[in-house]
Write a protein that binds this ligand. Structure first.
Ligand code: FES
Ligand code: FE
Length: 328
């Protein structure tokens, strides 16, 4: 874990690193968060996250195996318990490793079908827990992962951007004869994060269930530097459908992306809902990966127009939070 004065502002959030189903109980899984390789593994009772580096000679623990509820390094077989402490050195079977012989353990928890890591290492240093989103429809589907060759903030900004709908998602989320972005108001939530409570868009096929073009009312919310939520309103503004964007900032110019679809529709098969979201993101992806710089410019260098006020507010907010990973 990092010393307090070394914690980057983005590390104060819990961030998603893998889908729950990706982690087997009998072998570790290597992931990367904020440039830091981590080894996830299951001790038989709980999932754990260690820095993916053996303290003996620096081998990757994620190349090892799980043995008797301990993580075994692939190189010399040192075994580490759930708390990170070394429990066994095969070359010296009678040796009792001192408490300082340990791998670095990170706090890990499950939310929305994903494993989340306290990016600062310990929960006390990462006060921003995964969002609960308990008021959204209970049918929930996880879509992804997508490994994307751009920064996580570029992906979040794209998620908040509506002016591309009629071009990138022509015939789906927008139409060329409806390119105008209506006036909308950016309002900060109780935590100061920018969002748009009311946004109206004409969408030819706004969801997997849509039976043709319609005006759709949305709410956009930023959840963290790297996650956001789009809620489609139904009767009386009650959430009818929502899409959460979860990005894991793996490297400054690369990220891993998932979406959770929350829907009150109980008729459409899972495959149709997942295929819709997959189609939309595959339309976004080539444009996203073409943007230069890959890091999101938060202090100038790109032109804005009035239709961009939500993404401009996102950039200002990142700057105000002193986020450094994935921006320039
Ligand atoms: Fe891990 Fe030697 S490098 S046991
Ligand atoms: Fe898009």
């Amino acid at each position: 874990m990092q010393a307090n004065d070394a914690i980057a502002p983005e590390a104060h959030w819990w961030l998603p690193v893998a889908a729950v189903g990706e982690l087997a109980t009998d072998r570790p899984l290597g992931v990367t968060l904020l440039g830091q390789p981590l080894a996830l593994w299951h001790d038989g009772a709980e999932a754990r996250a260690f820095t993916d580096r053996c303290p003996h000679r620096g081998a990757r623990l994620s190349l090892g195996r799980v043995h008797d509820g301990q993580l075994e390094c692939p190189y010399h077989g040192w075994r580490f318990g759930a708390d990170g402490r070394c429990r066994h050195v095969p070359a010296l079977p009678d040796f009792v490793p001192p408490t300082g012989h340990r791998a670095v353990a990170w706090a890990l928890r499950e939310a929305h079908g994903l494993w989340w890591v306290a990016a600062a290492g310990a929960p006390a240093e990462a006060p921003h827990a995964p969002p609960l989103l308990s008021d959204l429809p209970s049918r929930r589907l996880l879509c992804g992962p997508y490994d994307v060759a751009t920064s996580a903030p570029r992906v979040v900004e794209n998620f908040l951007d509506t002016a591309h709908f009629g071009l990138v998602h022509e015939g789906w989320l927008g139409a060329r004869d409806h390119l105008q972005v209506p006036g909308y108001e950016v309002i900060a939530d109780a935590h100061g994060r920018p969002g748009v409570p009311d946004y109206r868009a004409w969408q030819p096929q706004g969801s997997a269930a849509a039976a043709g073009g319609a005006w759709v009312d949305y709410r956009y919310q930023l959840l963290s530097p790297y996650t956001a939520l789009l809620t489609k309103k139904g009767v009386g503004d009650a959430p009818q459908e929502a899409y959460a964007l979860w990005t894991c900032p793996t490297e400054p110019e690369a990220c891993r992306v998932w979406f959770t679809i929350f829907t009150s529709d109980d008729a459409l098969p899972d495959g149709d809902l997942l295929a819709f979201q997959d189609t939309i993101f595959r339309q976004d992806r080539p444009v996203l990966e073409s943007q230069r710089p890959r890091r999101l410019p938060v202090s100038g260098g790109e032109l804005h127009c009035a239709a961009d006020r939500l993404s401009a507010a996102y950039r200002r907010w990142l700057q105000g939070q002193r986020i450094t990973f994935g921006v320039c």
